[in-house]
Design a protein around this ligand. Structure first.
Ligand code: ADP
Length: 247
């Protein structure tokens, strides 16, 4: 029970990797805020947690909107009186080759994946500074190394590395650790319903030193490590959860 009495917010936790992270935090004692753009999955996940003996509130909202981002933090403070852990996980994909990438596709991905992490960190860290305690974990991606068809997503996820390292340097004196997890290919529902799922999975097996696809739990385990006291002397770091595959 590494997180007994700790308060954690996970953005984009209505489903997928975010949901896996929040479930594991609850299993280890955390009181949580489930946040997602999708009100339905957000409330469902919180209900699931409350029905199974955990404690969760649901705060839906768009992390790229400063009013919503502030509200996610404020509602957490109202419910629990503090915020110990922030996981910036909300994300969106708008893949295409650069010749077809519309300006809106660029803006959307940068706004949600990068600006959203900035806004939530800004509002949460104000409380963390007052508490002299905090753990911020940003979800980057192996894509930060560059991926064809993902100029927007790769740039946002590379931006996350810069954000992580800058905030680590700014906030270390306030006893706030800021780290990032960079997952490789993860078996999410979106991937499972991809028309080329089987082919993608086979290729991943062939090209990855640990020859399998990653699981949401693999990412969650790395996030929980950064959120825990075991990582108290680690900040500004990027942990790859990619089966040993880089680039
Ligand atoms: P994965 O399965 O890789 O975690 P998903 O797309 O399922 O990927 O998860 C991303 C989560 O982020 C989704 O639940 C989605 O609703 C959420 N999300 C997307 N855009 C926003 C946003 N602007 N604000 C908050 N959450 C968002």
């Amino acid at each position: 029970m590494r997180f007994q009495g700790k308060v954690a917010v996970v953005t984009g936790s209505g489903k997928g990797i975010g949901k896996s992270i929040i479930r594991k935090l609850v299993q280890e004692g955390a009181l949580v805020t489930v946040s997602d753009l999708n009100k339905e999955t957000c409330e469902e996940t919180a209900l699931e947690i409350n029905n199974s003996g955990g404690k969760a509130i649901a705060v839906d909202g768009d992390v790229s909107n400063s009013v919503d981002a502030r509200n996610i933090v404020e509602k957490t403070i109202e419910a629990y009186g503090k915020i110990d852990i922030l996981v910036n996980n909300a994300g969106v994909l708008k893949d295409s080759r650069i010749k077809d990438m519309e300006e809106e596709d660029w803006d959307k991905v940068i706004d949600v994946c990068l600006k959203g992490a900035f806004l939530c960190s800004k509002y949460a860290s104000a409380y963390m500074v007052d508490q002299n305690y905090g753990k911020i974990i940003n979800i980057s991606s192996r894509a930060y190394l560059g991926n064809p068809g993902q100029a927007n997503y790769s740039s946002a996820k590379a931006g996350i590395v810069g954000l992580t390292r800058s905030l680590a340097k700014e906030l270390g004196k306030n006893n706030i650790n800021v780290n990032a997890v960079a997952p490789g290919l993860i078996e999410t529902d979106a991937l499972k319903s991809h028309p080329k799922y089987k082919k993608i999975k086979d290729l991943q097996k062939k090209d990855t030193p640990i020859p399998r696809i990653g699981l949401p739990e693999d990412v969650a385990n790395a996030v929980l490590f950064f959120a825990s006291e075991e990582a108290d002397y680690i900040s500004g770091d990027i942990l790859h959860v990619s089966g040993g595959r880089f680039g």
